[in-house]
Write a protein that binds this ligand. Structure first.
Ligand SMILES: C[S@@+](CC[C@H](N)C(=O)[O-])C[C@H]1O[C@@H](n2cnc3c(N)ncnc32)[C@H](O)[C@@H]1O
Length: 227
């Protein structure tokens, strides 16, 4: 692993790099954002009033969060101030803020969405970040974390070849679950996802039945802050 990647340096070509590395799966990089948020929307059974996307980068997921949860107040945060400038420009109605260590920011939220962030957090800081996420949840609030699946060889190759993944240390679902448990979250579920490219639309039903199979491109873990 080399030094931590600074996403301030990738704001101009973030989408292009993403498209280059995942284009074989879907020609539209928006597909991944829509897919994950739809998965979350289908799973939760109440309407969150406040939602935080932690590590939102340039805000690719924000429009999909807004359309999936039109009544919620949505916020985004990141350590990359330059990424947040773009997120703000493209989503003027949303509040974005820069993360500063353990500082508690904003009101508690009912849902925290985190996608593709943990593998960029130095291993020694992951427990503290997970505790911070716990502390930002309201009682009964839920955390959804999506991560690259280290068991999938194609995913590993993508990560190895992507310039902004230079600092990536992938984590297994068991590691993410144990971070969540140690932060006092109750595990509510986990699954593998992104098995079938959207162009094979006749097979997309498989996505709903293969969650147990460690071959999806990514996986998710869901944790609850007990009421
Ligand atoms: C691969 S990008 C993902 C961005 C966004 N979640 C998405 O799905 O498009 C990873 C993001 O995590 C952010 N990040 C890395 N370490 C972080 C930390 N400790 N706290 C918050 N954000 C972090 C980076 O600055 C970067 O914007």
């Amino acid at each position: 692993m080399s030094n931590k990647v600074d996403f301030d340096n990738y704001t101009d070509n973030y989408n292009q790099l993403l498209r280059e590395s995942t284009g074989f799966f879907s020609a539209s990089e928006e597909y991944f954002a829509r897919y994950k948020i739809e998965l979350v929307r289908k799973m939760i059974d109440r309407s969150p009033k406040r939602i935080l996307e932690y590590g939102c980068g340039i805000g690719r997921n924000i429009p999909f969060l807004r359309s999936a949860f039109p009544d919620a107040q949505i916020e985004g945060s990141d350590i990359s101030a330059a990424s947040l400038e773009i997120a703000r420009r493209d989503n003027p109605a949303v509040n974005f803020f820069v993360e500063h260590g353990d500082v508690q920011q904003g009101e508690p939220v009912d849902l925290i969405f985190v996608a593709g962030v943990f593998h960029h957090i130095p291993v020694s800081q992951r427990a503290a970040v997970t505790r911070k996420l716990f502390s930002r949840l309201s009682p009964g609030g839920e955390l959804f974390v999506f991560e690259h699946n280290p068991f999938n060889p194609v995913t590993r190759r993508i990560v190895d070849n992507c310039p902004y993944d230079e600092d990536a240390v992938l984590l297994r679902p068991a590691e993410l679950k144990s971070l969540m448990r140690d932060a006092s979250l109750t595990l509510e579920g986990a699954g593998y996802c992104l098995f079938v490219p959207p162009k094979l639309s006749a097979l997309t039903w498989l996505e709903n039945v293969l969650g147990w199979l460690p071959l999806g491109g990514q996986y998710w873990v869901r944790g609850l802050r007990p009421a």
